[in-house]
Structure formats: structure tokens, C-alpha cells
Design a protein around this ligand. Structure first.
Ligand code: FMN
Length: 464
């Protein structure tokens, strides 16, 4: 029996987010910043981001999402030269700094921001997100990642990255600390803010957390007063077995980078079942699947667009990406040589053998990334009607709650989505026609609450 939260339900609006990175080369097809129509060279300016955010806000997108890395992609050929040449996830500005400015120029758009539990400190992290949650009126979500680059580890005093499953153990403790700060440090009635009584907050209603664990010792109290959501909406990206276990415990929204709808369905069923075993509802765990779109009014025009993208798409940039994600340096392998099958990096980005039992070779990976319409993500090329129809079928089979639009070029891909695809989705009832207001969590939850539900692990840390 499927554990889907919407078995056989009529189509209802899907969620749509825009994937971004404060880098010139955005994850997915990083070399496309070289396309004549691309404006990503503007990432150092606020006007680039505010105009993108305004388009997304006016189109009622659910979220502007920022991925992030803390080191360069230096796994290809042993240096960062190729990553810098192609701007593969480089340069890497701090996305958190961009959010308040975008919150100021948008009405309803929500923001998801990636922060790594392996390198940040939970005390400062909790304070930053409380501040963001206040400033954005609860329009913020945290994408919890454990990170995967050795170059990032070296930037934080380690020789190499912490091992895959150990990173998740550290993440568990990180989450405990931030839950204690967000949920347990200030009572709901702690802030009085009464000028006549000269009383801002009641000291006995604000308490230290005195956390002592394997990785962190944090006294508290939390420095910020309770924000609209307290705990920001918890997003998670990681599809390994350990990653799914983590998602089932903590995540309210999962970020998936898989294309096969049956594979997605299987993973989601597993996560939903694990979440239910923890006393959560399957519907408490929503998901967004990465989607790239090449579309135009006619098939011929869409094909022409694809060809122009292809002429600005470069395999070497993809191989730099692959090396960074998985730790497998294709430049060191002959085309017919089998690749390593183990990584401490992003296990879910490893390409699996094709089912023939033969191990993957470097040649297979090159073949896989030979064209802008290939790779490992879901990519749809066609007229808006064709794209909308394929989204409908994919969502019905996969059970995904929505899609993370990964722009091939910016802002062109977003503009195409808004002008061409949204009307086609709306005809099918798959895209909302009204803006959504309120906190990000309240929009995603059936009960409309801005706070974690009582069944969430984080709720167990509440001020009694
Ligand atoms: C779809 C997806 C997106 C991710 N985005 C990021 C990111 O922006 N920054 C980052 O440091 N890690 C990112 N990660 C990886 C996480 O760091 C993850 O905790 C870790 O590598 C383990 O992933 P795994 O459980 O899939 O093996 C992402 C993972 C997935 C599956």
C-alpha cells in the first residue's frame, strides 16, 4: 500500500521554487553563463538579485532557493583552475547576506538558504536565522546540508572532509542545539515589551540551554527573541540511506535531484514510512524535484533554443562539477577504465551502473553529460503545453510535491517559465492563481500553523 499523502487525488497546485546560487556558474549546467543572453555575471550586484526576486514574487513562485558551497571545486585535475575557468559554483558569495535585501523588495516570496552543519556553529547559525525570520516575517527556510568538498574542509582547519555518516551524526547534534535555542530558550510570553512597566522581557522566562555534547558546548540563552516561525522551515538535501533517515526525522521539505519518477516514488515512500514510524504524518514531509526546462511557443523554436544552449555548453565544466560532487576525478581515468564505486562525497550524485552489471567507466560519464538535455536531472524540452503535460505525469507518478526550477540561463529560463509554462500549468490546475501570504511553514501545512507541529522532533525541546 502506498504511503503517499495524496493517493489518487485530483491535481492540485504543485510547489515551484527557483534554484539559485550566489555564483556565476550555477549548479546543473555551470558553463551556460557564457550564453549571450545570460546575465549571471551580475551576481555581485544587488540589482541582479532584486530583479530576479521581483519576477519570482510577481509570478507567485513559492520560493527562491540558494544552494551554497564553502570551497572551490578543485577535484578535477587536482587544482581549481578548470572550476575557475568555467566558474563552476564559483565565485561563491554568501547567500545569507542577500536575503534581507530581497525580503525588502518582495511581498510574498519565501527564501530557502543552504547552510552546512559541518562547518557553521549552531549558536551563530540560530541567531542568524532568527534574525532573517524576523526581518522577512517568517518567509525563510533552512536547507540543511552536511557538505561534501575536501576543499571546504581545508578552509575550516580539517585535512579532509568528515566521513559521510559521521557528518550526519554531527548534524544530529547541531539540530539538537538549534532546536534548544529556537524552541526552548524563550517562553512564548517572555517578551512583554511594555514601556509603561519598563519591562522588555521577563528574565525567568528566558533560560540558558546548557548544551554539552560530543561536538558542541553551548550555554545560551538564545540571543534573539522568538521569531515568527521560531524554527525556520526545515529543508533537507541528501538522498543516501542516512540522508533519508535524517529527512524522515527532521525535514519538512526535501530537495531531490533525481529524474526517474519511480525511483523518486520509492525514495519518498521510504521516507514517508520512516516519518510515520516516528509519529509524523506523511504530509508533513513535502518535496521539490530539480527540473530544467527548454521551452518556446513552437517545437521548432524550442529546438533552436536548445541548439543555442548546446553551443554554450561545455563537457569539461560538467566533469569539474561531477568531480566536485562525487570526489571522482574523471581526468585521471582512461575512457574505458572503471570508476571508483565508493565516495565520502555526495553519494546520491554517483551515477549507478546501468543494470548490466558492468561498472561505470569514464567514457560512460562523458556520454551521460555530452548534451545539455542529458545529465542526471529531469530535463524537459518542448512547447509549454508539452512541458506542462510531462510535469503532470511526472508528479502523479513520483509523488513529488513540486519542482525546483534550475535555470539554464538567467533570467531567461525564469522568464520562459513565467510567461510560457505557468499559464499552461494553470490550465491544468497545477499552478496557483493567487499569491500566498503568511509564514512559509503556515503555507505548507494543512493546519496553517507557523510553528513546528507537536509531532516534530524539534517540538520536544519546547519551553515547558
Ligand atoms: C539535491 C541535493 C542538493 C544539495 N545541495 C547542497 C548544497 O547546496 N551545498 C552543500 O554543501 N551540500 C549540498 N548537498 C549535499 C549535502 O551536503 C549532503 O548532506 C551530503 O553530501 C550527503 O548527501 P547524500 O546523503 O545524498 O549522500 C545536496 C545534496 C542533494 C541531494
Amino acid at each position: 500500500m502506498s504511503t503517499s499523502p495524496h493517493p489518487g487525488a485530483d491535481p492540485k497546485p504543485l510547489l515551484f521554487a527557483l534554484y539559485e546560487q550566489a555564483s556565476v556558474g550555477c549548479g546543473g549546467a555551470p558553463s551556460l553563463w557564457t550564453h549571450p543572453a545570460d546575465e549571471r555575471l551580475g551576481i555581485n550586484s544587488l540589482s541582479y538579485w532584486s530583479s530576479l526576486a521581483r519576477i519570482a514574487d510577481q509570478a507567485n513562485l513559492d520560493m527562491l532557493f540558494f544552494a551554497d558551497v564553502l570551497g572551490f571545486y578543485d577535484g578535477y585535475g587536482g587544482t581549481a583552475d578548470a572550476a575557475l575557468k568555467w566558474a563552476v559554483e564559483a565565485p561563491a558569495n554568501d547567500p545569507l547576506m542577500i536575503i534581507p535585501a530581497l525580503a525588502a523588495v518582495t511581498e510574498n516570496l519565501a527564501f530557502g538558504v543552504t547552510v552546512s552543519t559541518s562547518y557553521e556553529h549552531p549558536f551563530t547559525h540560530a541567531r542568524r536565522f532568527s534574525t532573517l525570520d524576523h526581518l522577512s516575517n517568517g518567509r525563510v527556510g533552512w536547507n540543511i546540508v552536511t557538505s561534501y568538498l575536501n576543499s571546504a574542509a581545508r578552509n575550516f582547519g580539517l585535512e579532509q572532509m568528515i566521513k559521510h555518516n559521521d557528518r550526519y551524526e554531527r548534524a544530529e547534534e547541531f539540530l539538537d542545539v538549534v532546536y534548544k535555542l529556537w524552541e526552548g530558550s524563550w517562553a512564548q510570553d517572555a517578551v512583554v515589551a511594555d514601556k509603561s512597566r519598563q519591562l522588555y522581557a521577563q528574565g525567568e522566562r528566558v533560560r540558558p540551554i546548557n548544551h554539552v555534547g560530543e561536538h558542541y558546548r553551548v550555554a545560551g540563552p538564545h540571543l534573539s527573541s522568538p521569531s515568527p516561525q521560531r524554527t525556520p522551515l526545515l529543508i533537507q538535501a541528501g538522498w543516501s540511506g542516512r540522508g533519508r533517515e535524517f529527512a524522515a526525522k527532521h525535514a519538512e521539505l526535501i530537495f531531490i535531484a533525481k529524474s526517474n519518477p519511480l525511483e523518486i516514488r520509492q525514495g519518498l515512500d521510504e521516507i514517508w514510512a520512516q516519518a510515520q514510524a516516528r509519529g509524523r504524518q506523511a504530509d508533513d514531509v513535502k518535496s521539490l524535484t530539480v527540473l530544467r526546462i527548454v521551452t518556446a511557443k513552437t517545437e521548432i523554436e524550442a529546438q533552436r533554443k536548445y541548439e543555442q544552449l548546446q553551443s554554450n555548453y561545455h563537457l569539461q565544466a560538467q566533469l569539474v562539477s561531477y568531480a566536485g560532487d562525487t570526489g571522482i576525478d574523471i581526468s585521471r581515468y582512461a575512457d574505458n577504465e572503471p570508476l571508483a564505486t565508493h565516495t565520502e562525497g555526495l553519494t546520491s550524485y554517483m551515477m549507478r551502473p546501468d543494470g548490466s552489471g558492468k561498472p561505470l567507466t569514464a567514457g560512460d560519464v562523458k556520454q551521460r553529460f555530452a548534451s545539455v538535455t542529458r545529465g542526471t536531472d529531469l530535463i524537459l524540452v518542448g512547447t509549454p503545453e508539452q512541458v506542462a503535460q510531462r510535469i503532470e505525469v511526472h508528479a502523479a507518478i513520483s509523488g513529488t510535491s513540486g519542482y525546483m526550477i534550475n535555470p539554464l540561463i538567467s533570467p531567461g529560463s525564469l522568464e520562459d517559465f513565467v510567461e510560457l509554462v505557468i499559464p499552461a500549468l494553470q490550465k491544468r490546475g497545477l499552478y496557483r492563481t493567487q499569491p500566498q501570504s503568511g509564514t512559509l511553514r503556515s503555507r505548507l501545512r494543512n493546519d496553517g500553523s507557523s510553528y513546528l507541529p507537536a509531532s516534530a522532533h524539534g517540538a520536544s525541546f519546547r519551553f515547558a
